[in-house]
Design a binder for this molecule. Sequence first.
Ligand SMILES: [Zn+2]
Length: 239
Amino acid sequence: MDVNQPFDRRSLLLAGLGSAAALAAGCASSTRRTHTASLPGPVWPHERTPAPSSTPAPSSTTALQRVRVVPRANWTASQPKLWDTKPMGAIRRITVHHDGMAPVRLAGPGDVADRLELIRHVHVENNGWADIGYHFVVDPQGRVWAARPLDRQGAHVRDHNEHNMGILVLGNFEEQTPTPRALAALDALIVEAAAVNRVPLSEIRTHREWNPTACPGATLQQHMNSARSGRGRIAQHVA
Ligand SMILES: [Zn+2]
């Protein structure tokens, strides 16, 4: 499937926005209280630069070398309210979330785009945020979507958005299990982002490891626990 193919199915979703669904969109924990930082900007995974010789090269496999990202323009025509955001500065930590909404089967990129636009709409219109709260979104087919610009702080962990890259995995993992493709894409994205930004394993967390919340759901938490320990896929590549 060509994920770069534009599509325009998002018009139907806003009409169906009920208040109950709206309040539940996204994992619903954030803050606009942030501190301005004057630090080097974050490094986009595609802008990989050679690591200095003092840093051991990650023993990554071919599958983990690069992450292909669906552009933001493929799911929304909106722009973030940049004046209402803070600069990210350096990325020092990565946090994983689920959306916690009703489990759905997202068949194709149009369905995913609709879900992303729903979440963005609720974050902006209901929560009063500058944009969708997360920086990247992973869908059940293993696509990685660009969301909030990575050089702006997100709105995804209350009181801990500084230098914190937010990844949303679409689904409710209290009620369903992430697909193998989604988990492979999530792990690859984390490994790549951790490598280029030098984020240590101890700073790769889930939402519930920051704040009292069910996010990212039991089954995704279980995956993150195993992926970060022993010979897990993340632990193998991040120091
Ligand atoms: Zn969360």
